[in-house]
Design a binder for this molecule. Sequence first.
Ligand SMILES: [Zn+2]
Length: 364
Amino acid sequence: MKWSFKIATVAGTEVRIHITFFILLAFVALQGMAGGQGWQGAVDAVLFVSAAFVCVLLHEFGHVFAARAYGIRTPDITLLPIGGMARLERMPRTPQHELVVAVCGPLVNVVIAATIYLLLGVGLVMNPEYHFEQSGRFWEKLMAWNLLMVAFNMIPAFPMDGGRVLRAFLAMILDYGRATRWAATVGQGIALVTALWMLLSGNVSPVLLLIAFFIFMAAGQEAAAVTQREETQGLTVRDAMLTDFRPLPANAILRDAVDLLLAGTQQDFPVMDENGDFSGMLNRHQLISALSEHGASHPARAVMEVCDIEIPAHLGLSEALETLSATSCHALPVVDSVTGRLVGLLTAENAGELMLVKAALRRA
Ligand SMILES: [Zn+2]
């Protein structure tokens, strides 16, 4: 993730902190100071928020270690002001495994709260005068924080852990795609009802409204991703790639690219090197902005995008589309796995067209 930096590596997983997290700390310190206890208030507030985020981190490691038991690695965890984000290599596809991985995060918070309760003998206080931003009562607040994390994460909506738990249960009786769509619909329903209830009761909390919106979008995305995976099953890059394209030679200038752009419908132009091998990609957007900046006789190779990801034609389409969406490149070069020659281009639009054709044929 951009604007984040590594603070540690634990058991092969990088722990990263997003820069905005420090804005949160500064904000919390200011709030603590305004509480009336001056510097002491600021120190207390920062200490508490830091401890709270250590719990967030431990929660993420609950998922990480559970996933690892099933052979799934986690390259990194990023701490954001809104919480932690563990980037698992892939999600477990067996419902039982997904259930365990999802539950192990909140389980860590239950263990922390129980430890505070048992070891320190701190009881839970939940009354209206109770505020997180007040100084003191450190352990009590930390215990409440952990229990809130459990409650929040177990909301049965994607991308919360509860959404995954719900899908795992549904996937035990339905197929994976249908289970995901059902779970996504439940999540969107909860988000919608929460937002409507807030608006109708006039009791609008901007933070909650934002979270409801975020959940609604994330649930839709999860369902769309699974549908795409189902539709691309059994298809390879070769089925979806663009093969009718014109490359630009190594010595091409921007005017050559303009000629190609105007002559046909091609939007992405692979640029070759002196040996006729693929060296980079120039798309319509880059071409237009380079034209206004450098003029038509500027070399194309100087402004092309270097996509260092080349995909083989026999690669599964769903995996290739995931790679495509993870890069900033608009089109990925497809190479022959034997000769290493450029044989096609993969774009999201072309893959989308293939899906439309498949759907139309299914209906016929
Ligand atoms: Zn979690």
